[in-house]
Design a protein around this ligand. Structure first.
Ligand code: GLY
Length: 398
């Protein structure tokens, strides 16, 4: 009898040790991702100068820097804030502050809808994490300028001030609404939230096709408010599904539901997720080509890690709002792919960017198969959301 009990205890101990080893093994990719990200961010903060943030790598190997008025300028300070949040490293916090405040002149900038990306990812994260009032004037003026681009007849915010369109609204614009929702609440400006809701409704009505993929650019007639052109700017064709555009849409409607509780937005996010997750042109690693209408791979068809990072981050939230674990496991697969050597940089490599293999604007021959600062930003956000959903304390995960 004693022998049987001994054997039983032995079996139970071995099983638990096995589970523990398994659990530890499962987190190795996340530990490695965190270590690499923190290393790259700290080095980047040493090498680059506030006000000229790293954006991508040029074909000749030099780094493309983003001046203050570049649409991507907020992502590097934002990544530093995420690095600080996931590690608790005070030096990263100081770097994040320095690179954020260097963008202060953005408070007078009015020429784009990208003020959300530029100001909310940098100053917004700074304020969220530190409650330092130094960030508020830029947030306050930036939100007012973004709201100033709203047209009541169209029911949307104007995206660009360039191009041949009368009133262009791009799917990417959904991403800038987060800033307006926050500012509506913080600065007591309910009209900002109303505009963000109406923008989401107008976009839902005009940007989406029957299969729930989206056009990139819709241009409106400002007299009647009618949609008069449906085009692409960065996709393969006007009728194709540009990968990052689908990612912006998924993230945008998931966030619009989070901010409003409106089920119309949630159902739309679910429909976009279905388009993405069931798409036949996505390979096993789940990282999309730069356009969903591409399926042949090879040199003409690099992957877009930036789209993948945005999708992963959005799906983790969508899983939470729907109680549907399939969104979470799809995001987990994507994050594991992005954290593998195929996409994650080796320390000190990749000009201190974290991820490799994104695409900016393929048909303009611009930023093809390169790191992009926004791929890094949404990858870090996704890692934070992943850890939060699994109750993992990233600060102590080493
Ligand atoms: N918002 C521009 C882009 O996604 O490339």
């Amino acid at each position: 009898m004693r022998k049987i009990i001994g054997l039983l205890i032995c079996c139970i101990t071995l099983t638990f040790t096995g589970y523990r080893a398994q659990a530890q093994e499962d987190l190795n990719w996340l530990k490695h991702a965190k270590k690499t990200a923190v290393h790259q961010l700290k080095k980047a903060a040493e090498v680059y100068h506030p006000g000229m943030n790293p954006r991508s790598i040029n074909p000749d190997g030099t780094v493309r820097l983003a001046p203050q008025e570049d649409w991507t300028t907020g992502f590097f300070p934002g990544s530093l804030w995420f690095g600080y949040e996931l590690s608790g490293d005070n030096q990263l916090g100081k770097d994040a502050r320095k690179f954020t405040l260097a963008l202060d002149s953005l408070k007078d900038y009015t020429h784009t809808h990208d003020l959300g990306f530029m100001i909310y990812c940098s100053f917004g994260n700074g304020y969220r994490l530190t409650k330092d009032k130094a960030y508020l004037p830029t947030l306050q003026l930036g939100a007012a300028h973004l709201y100033g681009r709203y047209n009541k007849t169209v029911g949307a915010i104007r995206s660009w001030d360039f191009g041949h369109w009368e009133f262009p609204v791009i799917i990417d614009n959904m991403m800038n609404l987060d800033f307006l929702f926050w500012a509506a609440d913080h600065f007591k400006k309910p009209e900002y939230a109303d505009a963000a809701v109406q923008h989401s409704m107008t976009t839902l009505k005009n940007h989406f096709r029957a299969d729930n993929s989206s056009y990139h650019v819709i241009s409106y007639d400002t007299l009647s408010g009618r949609a008069i052109q449906k085009e692409t700017h960065q996709g393969l064709t006007h009728e194709s599904a540009w990968a990052r555009g689908q990612a912006w849409g998924l993230y945008g409607y998931t966030m619009a539901f989070k901010e409003t509780g409106n089920k119309v937005f949630l159902n739309h996010a679910i429909a976009i997720a279905k388009f993405i997750m069931e798409h036949p042109n996505v390979d096993k690693d789940k990282i999309p080509y730069w356009d969903y209408d591409i399926h042949n791979g090879g040199e003409r068809a690099p992957r877009d890690a930036s789209a993948a990072a945005v999708i992963a981050s959005a799906l983790i939230d969508l899983a939470k709002f729907t109680d549907n674990p399939s969104y979470f496991s799809y995001a987990e697969d994507m994050l594991k792919s992005l954290s593998s050597p195929a996409y994650l940089a080796a320390e000190d490599d990749n000009a201190y960017f974290i991820l490799k293999h994104s695409v900016g604007a393929f048909l303009y021959n611009s930023e093809i198969d390169t790191p992009l600062n926004y791929a890094d930003y949404y990858y870090l956000e996704a890692l934070l959301r992943y850890a939060d959903a699994k109750n993992i304390d990233l600060k102590t995960l080493n």
